[in-house]
Design a protein. Structure first.
Length: 416
């Protein structure tokens, strides 16, 4: 399978590109409108995290504050919203709008990298982040992932700049030191991004000149993470009931969601051209349908009113089997691409990072949310870029992804 050549939107028909642009513009307006008209009270997990700000105000940056956190995420959320409290007054709607602004920052970071790579469609491609349905929940609710995503995106950007400097024969260490600092801050927002410390190590195996920068990167992230681990005696606050361990179900579910989102960003029939991958995925889907390894029911708040308990069980099993199929297909494909492109360290950084985050929910034994997978957003957008062709198929996938994201966000608000 060969990558597509860099395609300027003008190379596709003006109509198809115009439709995609219109879809993404309307999607952005719909996201803002949905948040502005959202419930004036905190919903779902928002109350647990909104409480972080009052805890920070009460205890300051102390061990008592870290121990008192009422959710599973780290304290970065509290720092951001405490700083912005004069603007938001801790209003639920205003706090949700903060996340939309942070999404714009992430989009800008991705656009900056794509522009640096001489991608003429850098604005359109980076805005395609809205095509990923989980983006809507992360950016539309007052939850914790967006602050972490900003620093995660910065870490990815400076690591790529470091690899770029290596290719030119320039100094590299400073870029990886900055990358370690940004990832360390991201860990204070979402601890699961620790899996990304494996990336510089992998790069160092591929190019020995990166051994010292990789070790520096690792050391910095360890220094940032140590206070949390010492205070919590683990990787989550004491009040969180997350069980550490391996979960095949959660790993398959996350890989499946990643594969579905990748297909929405770069819809191509060629994904099914590898018969061995498709055959293995079909076998796993049949096994899952038989034994119920992955059973998930998205949009259950909508479907509960139309399906019986038995119908919901069938739906959950079928959707779980779809995820299992996509998981195996995507895993086989991404491993193949990483291996074939191992001499292109920038693409290894992007694709291996995507795989690391997609697999990270397998380390949480008792609970899974697609929001965990959504931490891969910057990697997902950049990984899909070389495989995307602007056309009617892309426009249709963009529309489907945005509608799914909007319905998902409305489901959280309407369920209140």
């Amino acid at each position: 399978m060969q990558r597509l050549a860099i395609q300027h939107p003008r190379d596709a028909s003006a109509e198809t590109v115009g439709v995609t642009v219109a879809v993404l513009l309307l999607a952005a307006l719909a996201l803002v409108a949905t948040v502005v008209t959202s419930p004036p009270a905190f919903v779902y997990d928002e109350p647990y995290y909104a409480n972080y700000v009052s805890l920070f105000r009460r205890y300051g940056l102390t061990e008592k504050f870290l121990d008192a956190l009422s959710g599973g995420a780290g304290p970065l959320y509290a720092f951001v919203h405490r700083a912005l409290e004069p603007l938001t007054n801790l209003s639920p709607i205003r706090m949700r709008l903060v996340n939309i602004v942070l999404l714009a920052v992430v989009t800008g970071i991705l656009a900056a990298w794509l522009k640096r790579q001489n991608r003429p469609d850098y604005l359109l491609a980076s805005s395609a982040i809205l095509v990923v349905p989980m983006t809507w929940v992360l950016a539309g609710m007052a939850l914790t992932s967006m602050p972490a995503l900003v620093f995660l995106s910065l870490s990815l950007y400076v690591q790529l700049r470091g690899v770029e400097a290596l290719e030119r024969g320039s100094a590299v260490l400073g870029w990886f030191v900055a990358g370690g600092i940004f990832l360390g801050v991201a860990v204070w927002g979402r601890q699961t991004v620790l899996v990304l410390t494996a990336l510089p190590m992998l790069l160092a195996l591929l190019d020995r000149r990166l051994r010292v920068p990789a070790l520096a990167f690792l050391a910095i992230v360890v220094v940032f993470t140590a206070p949390l681990v010492i205070a919590w005696e683990g990787f989550t606050p004491p009040n969180e009931e997350a069980d550490e361990g391996l979960s095949l179900c959660h790993g398959l579910a996350s890989l499946g969601y990643t594969g579905l989102c990748f297909f929405l960003l770069a819809p191509r029939r060629e994904w099914f051209s590898h018969k061995s991958f498709v055959a293995a995925a079909a076998v796993v889907a049949v096994v899952n349908a038989t034994f119920g390894i992955v059973v998930l029911s998205p949009f259950s708040s909508f479907l509960d009113d139309f399906l019986s308990d038995a119908g919901m069980a069938v739906y959950a099993g079928l959707f779980g089997s779809l995820l299992a199929f996509c998981a195996v297909l995507f895993l086989g494909w991404i491993l193949k691409i990483i291996w074939e492109g191992r001499r292109d360290l920038k693409q290894v950084t992007i694709n291996a990072g995507l795989l690391c985050i997609a697999l990270s929910p397998a380390l949480i034994a008792n609970y899974y949310s697609s929001r965990y997978t959504a931490l891969a957003l910057p990697y997902l957008v950049l990984a899909a870029q070389p495989w995307r062709a602007w056309g009617w198929r892309t426009s249709g996938a963009a529309l489907a992804g945005c509608i799914t994201g909007l319905l998902s966000l409305l489901g959280y608000f309407w369920a209140t």
